[in-house]
Design a protein. Structure first.
Length: 248
């Protein structure tokens, strides 16, 4: 015959307090580790920090659309293109890593792409524009004379429902460019649209550019460099026989 099961003791105030203390300690440890990771990551400069420097160097700074531009060196030749993209980055991440740069020889120009991921996270156009302005302030403090070309947000099919926010952000950047020395807004979207809708220029995730998409960007960026950089620099850097060799 089974003996009756003893009733489970009630959780008293002391035991409950110990549980809450344990939970608080666990939360503090996890939180501290997250802060530690964040601080460690934000000590880093942009990728390719040890890349080539000297005349005719371009920095391509931005999120995954820059990071995944694997044909960049060939596409921009004879310019010396350094891919300094950070996969998945938001504007604050790019700002912090740019702030960590130890600039000895600045590039001829910066080609910038950012804000796309911030909008995809649900941020408003106004907030993303403020983040871009903060990035621009850091860039201006470190490299006031270096031209920067800011590319418009891609009209990707996977984020088409956010297009109105993207366009509002683009307009804000365009307005900043009208009042900011050495900042140019570059509309890189029209070539990616067919009949007002995203064309076949994206990979299967509906967000990132395909090889055809990067060919569109290549034409747009090369045209913008030729238009907005000083003529002497463009002539020097697009004539291979006249271009000085970059320094390692």
């Amino acid at each position: 015959m089974n003996e009756p099961t003893a009733p489970r003791p009630a959780v008293g105030p002391t035991r409950l307090a110990k549980s809450l203390v344990g939970l608080a300690v666990f939360t503090a440890v996890v939180g501290s580790w997250s802060v530690y990771q964040h601080r460690t990551l934000t000590r880093d400069p942009l990728p390719d920090a040890g890349g080539r420097q000297g005349d005719c160097v371009l920095w391509f700074v931005g999120s995954s659309s820059i990071h995944r531009w694997t044909t960049l060196t060939v596409d921009m030749a004879p310019w010396i293109a350094r891919n300094r993209g950070v996969d998945g980055a938001l504007l604050p991440h790019l700002r912090q890593r740019f702030a960590n740069e130890d600039v000895t020889v600045p590039p001829e120009a910066i080609v910038f792409y950012g804000g796309d991921n911030d909008i995809a996270k649900g941020e408003s156009a106004a907030k993303v524009a403020r983040r871009f302005r903060q990035f621009l302030a850091v860039k201006t403090a470190k490299m006031p004379q270096v031209p920067m070309l800011a590319l418009s947000v891609k009209p990707s099919p996977g984020r088409w429902q956010m297009r109105s926010v993207q366009l509002a952000y683009d307009r804000a950047v365009q307005d900043m460019a009208a009042h900011s020395p050495n900042l140019t807004f570059v509309d890189a979207s029209n070539g990616l649209l067919i009949g007002g809708k995203p064309g076949p220029f994206f990979v299967s995730d509906g967000v990132h550019l395909s090889a055809d998409g990067y060919r569109v960007w290549t034409q747009v960026v090369r045209g913008a460099l030729g238009t907005h950089l000083p003529r002497g620099v463009v002539d020097k850097c697009t004539a291979p026989q006249a271009r000085p060799k970059a320094q390692d």
